[in-house]
Ligand binder design. Sequence first.
Ligand code: SF4
Length: 445
Amino acid sequence: MTILLIYPSARRMAQGAFSGNQARAQRYPGMGLALVAALTPPGARVTIVDDEREPIPFNSGPDLVGISILTPNAKRGYMIAREFRERGVPVVLGGMHVMACPEEARKEADAIVVGEAEDTWPQLLRDFGAGAMKAIYRSSNDNDLAGLPVPRRDLFRKGGYITVNTVQATRGCPFDCEFCSITSLLGRRTRCRPVGEVLEEIRGLDGRIFVLNDDNVSQEKDYFKALFEGMIPMKKIWAGNASWNIARDGEMMDLLARSGCAGAFVGFDSIVPQEGLKKVSRAENRLTLYKEAVRGFHKRGMPVIGAFIFGFDNDDSSIFRKTLDFAIDSGIDAAQINILCPYPGTPLYARLAREGRIVETDWNEYRTGHVCFEPKHLSREELFRGYVGVRKAFNSRRRVAGRVLRTAFLSSPKVVVTGLAVNMAFRKGTVDLVKKLRAADRTRV
Ligand code: SF4
């Protein structure tokens, strides 16, 4: 049996023809399809195609196609599905968007997988082999994560990514940030793979660099402390996602640094209190805590990419200046600046739909650079222009150069190069946005 697994590209669909290269610093694959490939019984020939990097072999005649979709690439995924089905090739759809919108996805596939692959994919393949594939395979989303096979990283195109070494140790999150789909789709209970198995997988990676793709390494402290401790002798270099409050635990921070963490992506989300976000106690000053967190990382030689979101209900026109001032004063090394996006399946989408505030129905536009809803205290245009303004000011040539120089004092040459690449990637995205905004203004005049 030959199986073709496909990641559709969101950029091809969102911007018509394929729009140049994604910055190298942003290229590493998710492990979903590599794990699906590993769960496929031996004997089947599996290929993974990343639509972002290589052409889809529509006429290669596979026995079965599996497509993994998120909301921004859902329409591209459906288009690819139609092409194969027109050629008589059965298509299976899975991924987070299928979990959020199963009825929609069902119309575009011969079968859908709602949820995790471990308790669905092997059964689907058995049924397919027997000529009795069902229309829906629904996971309990509660699979025991012990004994998972090693993802088939060997199936990713060589040289297409900064690294193919993406590792995931846990699933689920105990927090319930309103905009995030992790808790609503995968559950509030964090499931952890056995530490020994994760360490074994990391030890076996080709090369020293990897991405720890867990949604938040600040939770399950005992678990992550044991994992970081086990990583120390391996002398690997990694980056991952953390919540700012990880910096409150000095022991955890020391282990993080000693385990080879070369930088963290830290979600500050908003610098003012917002409903539906993690709270800080009234006695504590949010900005002071955030700045202390950045200092905690820097003190141990770890740069910080801070993530901010604009468009929450408490945001008014002052939020942009305040956030820019904080981003500069705090000394973060790069910033990912986003517009709040109400992805389907999240509590945020449900609430805004109830309130009649969802204005965008095209999934192609469900990106963090587009306003899909009616903000509360800003117009949609004010939100978009404020967002572009902060990106532009933070990513000016002078500020990027200053930040990279500072990183040079903080960390190793490898980290400096990565910091430069990340900053340049954010700067390039910003320059493109500003050009588009100017072109739109010119056509309006
Ligand atoms: S945003 Fe992060 S902390 Fe919040 S629910 Fe999602 S994964 Fe958890």
